[in-house]
Design a protein around this ligand. Structure first.
Ligand SMILES: [Zn+2]
Length: 322
């Protein structure tokens, strides 16, 4: 198959780029790390994008359309990236227009969690479905929703922020500045913090530094780790219940670094959902699905956007017609 589009996933730590064929298969990839705050300035990021796209174009017969997933609120009406949590100072930036000028061809941009969802719907865990919820449990909690085949973006591109569902009123301070958001509990740092609270009550073994340490300690039957995971399960289910009741998705996809331990918590979260959600709303959403594309989901979904005439419509399943 020939190369048809380039997709970029621009994150706070680096830029992942892929070249895809018409079926969404990755033909080539490249990655550029971003070191420190100075490399997150828009001029520095643009320079890296130009270099990375140049490398990927080298593998294609001609210039390809480009899509980019970038954290933040993308107002598709004005073409402005209104604000980005990972790139301070990028406020009301016409990022798509700037990249189009830089690369000499149309570039489309969208929120990183939204393009990750599109990647999973195109060729991943939710291929071919039209009603999908995805949570990415990483440094923060990203979320994307496909509703009746349309990407949920909100009036000015600031919707679909499931990570900031209020979970514990007056609770932990969240990255968004508010208190008690889902993200503050079920992101990687959130889980680690929960585990440290439990560890400090009853220390045994090494104090957890990362989510993996919590799952390892659970494997070793450390009571603090078991309590931490029980709280994590309650918190994740507590965040998913309102999403199930609002959207009644046909699939709930869980991605991000914490999903590396998916098999260790998914069954427990499902049990909790069955206990807490209205059965009719939950019908079809279980079992939970682990994300299938890993770190490529955002870049692959961004490539889909570059190919799509109507950018908010769901990709067709690669299985369609089979
Ligand atoms: Zn928040």
């Amino acid at each position: 198959m020939s190369a048809v589009a380039i997709g970029l996933d621009v994150g706070g730590h680096g830029i992942n780029g892929v070249v895809v064929d018409p079926a969404g298969a990755v033909l080539d990839r490249a990655y550029v790390p971003l070191h420190g705050v100075s490399e997150r300035r828009i001029e520095a990021v643009e320079e890296h994008i130009a270099g990375l796209v140049g490398r990927l174009w080298g593998t294609a017969a001609g210039p390809l359309p480009v899509g980019a997933g970038i954290p933040g609120f993308h107002d598709q009406t004005t073409g402005l990236l209104r604000q980005s949590p990972n790139f301070p100072g990028w406020e009301d930036v016409p990022v798509a227009a700037r990249l189009s000028k830089l690369l000499g061809r149309p570039v489309v941009t969208e929120n990183d969690a939204n393009v990750a969802l599109l990647g999973e719907v195109w060729v991943g865990a939710a291929a071919g479905l039209t009603d999908v919820a995805m949570l990415t449990l990483g440094t923060g909690v990203g979320s994307g929703f496909l509703v009746g085949g349309r990407l949920l973006t909100g009036a000015r591109g600031a919707g679909a922020e499931g990570g900031h569902i209020p979970l514990h009123p007056g609770g932990r301070v969240c990255g968004c500045g508010r208190r008690g958001c889902l993200e503050a509990y079920v992101s990687g740092p959130g889980l680690t913090r929960t585990a440290r609270e439990e560890f400090d009550r009853d220390p045994a073994g090494l104090r957890p530094e990362r989510p993996e340490d919590v799952f390892d300690a659970d494997q070793a039957s450390r009571p603090w780790a078991q309590r931490a995971i029980a709280r994590f399960v309650q918190d994740l289910a507590g965040g998913l219940v309102p999403l199930v009741h609002l959207f009644s998705p046909a699939a709930i996809v869980i991605g991000g670094g914490v999903a590396g331990a998916f098999s260790r918590f998914a069954g427990l979260v499902e049990e909790e959902l069955v206990r807490r959600a209205i059965p009719a709303c939950l019908e079809g959403a279980l079992p939970l699905r682990p994300a299938a594309l890993g770190a490529d989901a955002g870049a692959v979904g961004a490539a889909w956007l570059a190919l799509s005439a109507d950018r908010r419509t769901a990709p067709p399943s690669r299985l369609a017609g089979v």
